[in-house]
Design a protein around this ligand. Structure first.
Ligand SMILES: [Zn+2]
Length: 441
């Protein structure tokens, strides 16, 4: 490992302190030791000093994902801690929060500690387990949140299942708040979505597929916001997908309720029309919605009503996806494609770049109480270097995730993650697999 890593003339962008300037950046001992115009003038390349010059590159704080499925324990053929964190690093993420709907469910300190030990041994990006709200995600008995918190869990969620019982949800909000854990809800009234295959609308009727109506999300969001207000607890909506949820959230925020929300790249980019060819890669939960919902989530992300972007990275193998539509498992991978895809929205003027960066860094970090990655002298060196002009085609053979379930394969995108730095270490570098994180193993 070189003693100093030097970046010359990068455009460093950190909206958390209104910073956007062309600078040199010097990384030593895991920290940014110098940042400023000409700050690296006395650093020449040597055996101990690596100098990176990449004309036109951007440097952004490292990204934080609140919603990743690592599939370990229980389904390591789809993904595991190692492959998932490699994919995260390739996507520019330095903090990954993993959902507890594994087998067994992460409803105890044993699973939480196992995940953290595996991640630590890899020496790559940081993992933050999310514990279950209820034991076995059965929606009945609350987990020992004190233990989960002590073991390192940063939030609780029964993701994949909704906490539908109002009394259980009330108690969960109250109990979690005593440990300063945010409750993340998968908002779906299962009674309204039984057997559902896609969004309920004109296209589900045409295809003859059972629909998942928007209102199944809206009723849970409405109830939860009322509960969060009543018990004064923090509440976070996972993968928000409907115009109705946005309306409710906007109203709740205006009245000071401590509610936050995330949106996935696919809900920002695709509508239910993507299902017309019965493409199982587009089967997700909540389902892809209508143009007016896409418009609503875009606007809400741009104006901050939706706080952050989360990938809902949900790896599945061919056995789960190359099957009849009704049998296919919901979900798509997202870690490696999130930012390249969303930069398109910046270019199209839908989303200001500073808002996108905030939604990937400071905003999600704040929701789960992680130190926020930032670009300034003295800060931990957690950042990503992006070539905003690099055009590339999404090639299934080059993805680092174990799974390939995404409808974006073959699409040409503009903007590529060139390097990801976590605590001063190069954990990902485009075009090479010999990152220092791997070499150390
Ligand atoms: Zn979910």
């Amino acid at each position: 490992m070189s003693e100093a890593l030097v970046f010359r003339r990068v455009r460093a962008i950190d909206p958390s302190h209104g910073f956007d300037a062309e600078v040199d950046v010097v990384v030593e001992r895991g920290h940014v030791t110098r940042l400023g115009r000409g700050a690296a003038h006395d650093f020449a390349p040597s055996e101990r000093i690596r100098v990176v010059e990449h004309a036109g590159a951007w440097m952004l704080p490292g990204f934080v994902d609140l919603h990743t499925h690592l599939r370990e324990p229980g389904a390591e053929g789809k993904e595991d801690v190692a492959s998932g964190l490699r994919a995260a690093a390739a996507g520019g993420f330095v903090d990954v929060c993993c959902m507890p709907n594994t087998r067994p469910v992460n409803d105890s300190l044993v699973v939480t500690e196992m995940l953290l030990a595996k991640a630590r041994a890899l020496g790559t990006v940081r993992l933050h387990p999310i514990g279950a709200i209820t034991i076995g995600q059965k929606g009945e008995q609350l987990t020992e949140m004190a233990d989960l918190r002590k073991a390192g869990a940063v939030a609780v969620s029964d993701d994949g299942r909704c906490v539908t019982n109002s009394q259980v949800m009330r108690r969960a909000l109250e109990y979690a708040s005593t440990f300063d854990l945010v409750v993340i809800q998968h908002a779906e009234d299962h009674a309204l979505t039984e057997g559902a295959q896609m969004h309920e609308g004109a296209i589900s009727t045409r295809l003859g597929l059972r629909g998942w109506p928007r209102v199944a999300e809206d009723v849970i969001v409405a109830r939860d916001l009322l509960l969060a207000e009543y018990v004064r607890a923090r509440y976070h909506i996972a993968h928000v997908s409907t115009a109705g949820s946005i309306r409710l959230l906007r109203e709740a925020k205006s009245r000071g309720i401590a509610a936050t929300a995330e949106v996935t790249p696919h809900h920002l980019l695709l509508t239910h029309a993507a299902l017309l060819g019965y493409d199982t890669a587009c089967k997700v939960n909540p389902p892809l919605r209508e143009p007016e919902d896409v418009e609503a989530v875009r606007q809400a992300l741009a104006d901050g009503t939706i706080d952050c972007v989360a990938t809902d990275h949900a790896p599945h193998g061919v056995l789960d996806k190359n099957v009849e539509f009704a049998e296919a498992a919901p979900g798509m991978i997202g870690l490696e494609l999130c930012v390249p895809l969303l930069l398109g929205l910046v270019r199209d003027g839908v989303l200001p770049l500073a808002r996108l960066v905030d939604a990937l860094t400071a905003a999600p970090a704040r929701i789960v109480g992680l130190p926020r990655p930032t670009l300034r002298e003295g800060a931990r060196a957690d950042f990503v270097v992006i070539d905003p002009a690099a055009e590339w085609t999404i090639d299934p053979n080059r993805l680092l995730s174990k799974s390939r379930n995404t409808p974006f394969l073959g699409r040409t995108v503009e903007g590529r993650v060139e390097m990801t730095i976590c605590e001063g270490r190069v954990v990902y570098e485009a075009g090479t697999r010999n990152t220092e994180g791997e070499a150390h193993r």
